[in-house]
Design a protein around this ligand. Structure first.
Ligand SMILES: [Zn+2]
Length: 55
């Protein structure tokens, strides 16, 4: 049902839900990458962690 386009999802801040101008696709793998939330009242750093293997 999903189109290819809907498989890229925007990264959201886990604190405030702000949608960051960063997209991931469903097969993305990421860990240890930190960004700062762009929302004015948030500005928290959070880790982008996607499908990261836990060993
Ligand atoms: Zn935020």
């Amino acid at each position: 049902m999903k189109s290819a386009e809907s498989e890229s999802t925007k990264i959201e801040c886990p604190y405030c839900g702000y949608k960051m101008p960063i997209k991931r696709d469903k097969n993305a793998v990421c860990k240890g990458l930190y960004v700062q939330c762009k929302a004015r009242n948030c500005k928290k750093n959070f880790e982008i962690r996607i499908n990261a293997e836990i060993k």
